[in-house]
Design a protein around this ligand. Structure first.
Ligand SMILES: [Zn+2]
Ligand SMILES: [Zn+2]
Length: 358
């Protein structure tokens, strides 16, 4: 088997992060993936840490996306090192961003225009590595060429942004609405920025001092710091028009307590989006009177679709969203374990750019 363009790699090996379990990620030498029909090999230039990765690191698994031991990481951009047989539209050297999944386009859910719920959603992990293999389906459906005016870091933000755009769209939010965002992590902050950009009045509900500053920088009109108020629900209501509560409340924490707050923070006739996935087995008690007589709409959006991926990428290429606001640090791949461990303490870092060595 010939090894085009990577003769410098001894025995066809690369450095990559392998997830073994709870708080156990090791940097190892593993074989460079071999390409099949329609696949490409990307030389990773940047991989971004994500709240999901921090959760996966903490829990040691992800019910839908990853079963250890496995290559790890899913937000990446780089250039094509090699194209497999039958690849059309891409060539060696192209700068690209590849998403972490692609739907099948054939199953029940795909036919119902809910491709994020695809019965055969193909996930791809392994961004924290020198190279990553991109399966045919993702190459064809969810890999995008990066214009020369857009950096790898910016392009790699497309995945979380696509989830956020879809999440906001599904709430039916309108210009002028009061949008309450619970959670000051990267996803919460992205909701703040997008909601502000489309003309909403944004109230951010966060915990840490660093998140107060970050939420303001992203354009939040009001910030409620839960450690500084007696009752976060009251505090949010006081900030809404007529103290009715938010038109839309987005839960971007992934804790049952925050899910319950969301229901109390929304106005009559408003919409809640439970965006943050809780630990499996979590249960939440709901006030049925409130849901019924106040006609609260409950949504829970998961993941992205090829359509929202393209919308998100357009926002990035048009510089409407400032992705580099989210990247608060940079580290070599060899320090991934320390970076993730550090992020468990929610130390003020939003996202870290992980740079694989040569
Ligand atoms: Zn992500
Ligand atoms: Zn499908």
């Amino acid at each position: 088997m010939e090894r085009r363009g990577r003769k410098q790699d001894v025995n066809g090996e690369m450095t990559a992060a392998v997830l073994y379990g709870e708080e156990d990620v090791r940097i190892e030498r593993v074989p460079i993936p071999q390409l099949g029909d329609g696949e490409v090999l990307i030389k990773v230039q940047v991989a971004l840490t994500c709240g999901t990765d921090v959760k996966v690191y903490q829990r040691g698994y992800h019910a839908r996306m990853i079963v250890p031991p496995a290559l790890f990481g899913h937000e990446l951009a780089g250039f094509i090192e090699e194209v497999g047989p039958g690849v059309r539209g891409f060539k060696k050297g192209d700068r690209v961003v590849a998403l972490n999944s692609a739907p099948c386009q054939m199953c029940f859910y795909c036919s119902k225009h809910q491709p994020n719920l695809c019965e055969d959603l193909l996930f791809n992990n392994g961004a924290y590595a020198e190279y990553i293999r991109i399966p045919k389906r993702i190459v064809e459906m969810n890999m995008l060429a990066i214009p020369s005016t857009v950096s790898y870091e910016d392009a790699a933000m497309v995945e979380p942004l696509a989830c956020v755009l879809r999440g906001l769209h599904e709430t039916g939010v309108e210009i002028g609405d009061t949008v309450v965002v619970i959670g000051g992590g990267p996803i919460g902050l992205m909701f703040v920025q997008v909601a502000k950009a489309i003309g909403c009045h944004v109230v951010a509900v966060v915990k840490r001092d660093s998140q107060v500053t970050a939420a303001r920088n992203m354009g939040a009109h009001d910030v409620v710091q839960i450690t500084q108020v007696e009752d976060p629900i009251d505090a949010v209501r006081m900030l809404s028009r007529g103290k009715r509560g938010g038109d839309v409340v987005i839960e971007a924490v992934g804790r049952p307590e925050a899910w319950q707050w969301a229901i109390e923070m929304v106005r009559k006739g408003g919409t809640v989006n439970f965006f943050g996935g809780c630990a499996s087995g979590s249960k939440v008690q709901l006030d049925t009177d409130r849901l019924h007589y106040s006609e609260i709409t409950l949504k829970a959006t998961f993941h992205h679709t090829p359509e929202t991926v393209r919308k998100a990428f357009a926002l990035i290429t048009e510089k409407k969203i400032r992705p580099t606001d989210y990247i608060t640090g940079e580290a070599p791949l060899s320090r991934l374990q320390q970076v993730l461990h550090h992020m468990l303490d929610r130390n003020g870092d939003i996202k870290t750019a992980i740079i694989p060595g040569d």
